[in-house]
Design a protein around this ligand. Structure first.
Ligand code: ZN
Length: 134
C-alpha cells in the first residue's frame, strides 16, 4: 500500500469524501491536465491559471489555498503549504493525537471534496441547458 493510504482510508471516513480523495491521490480526477488528452481546454475556474492540474487545485491555486488555510486552522501543527507533495508529507509523517488526526483527515478530505464540487458546479454553470444536462 502506498504511504498515503492512511490519509485516504480510515474508519471514520465519509465514503463520498474518501472516494474523491482517492481519485485525487491517484490523479484520476478529470482536471484540465487530463481533459487536454481529450482535446478539451480547461483552465482553473477559480483563478484562470491555464494549466488546471491536480496539484494546482490542491492547493497551489491562491483561491483554494485560502480555503485550505481557513478550514485546517491549527490542526496541521505545521504551516500549511500550497504544494501537494508537501501537504501529503505533513499528513503522512507528522505525529498527531489520535482524535486530532481523525479530524485533520476529515477536514482534508472535506476540503478536496467541496473544492472539486465547486469546480464542477462552476464548470457547468455558464452553459446552456440541454436535455442531457438540463
Ligand atoms: Zn486556480
Amino acid at each position: 500500500m502506498a504511504s498515503w493510504s492512511k490519509v485516504v482510508w480510515f474508519a471514520q471516513g465519509v465514503p463520498r469524501f474518501v472516494f474523491i480523495t482517492w481519485l485525487a491521490f491517484r490523479d484520476r480526477l478529470s482536471t484540465g491536465t487530463r481533459m487536454a488528452q481529450w482535446g478539451v481546454v480547461q483552465s482553473c475556474l477559480f483563478c484562470g491559471e491555464p494549466n488546471e492540474s491536480r496539484d494546482h487545485l490542491f492547493f497551489a491555486c491562491r483561491y483554494t489555498f485560502t480555503v485550505w488555510l481557513a478550514v485546517v486552522g491549527d490542526l496541521l501543527l505545521a504551516e500549511a503549504d500550497p504544494d501537494w507533495e508537501t501537504s501529503l508529507a505533513q499528513l503522512v509523517e507528522l505525529r498527531y493525537e489520535k482524535l486530532d488526526y481523525i479530524l485533520l483527515r476529515m477536514v482534508f478530505q472535506t476540503a478536496i471534496y467541496y473544492i472539486w464540487k465547486e469546480r464542477n458546479d462552476r464548470r457547468h454553470m455558464g452553459r446552456p441547458k440541454t436535455v442531457e444536462n438540463g
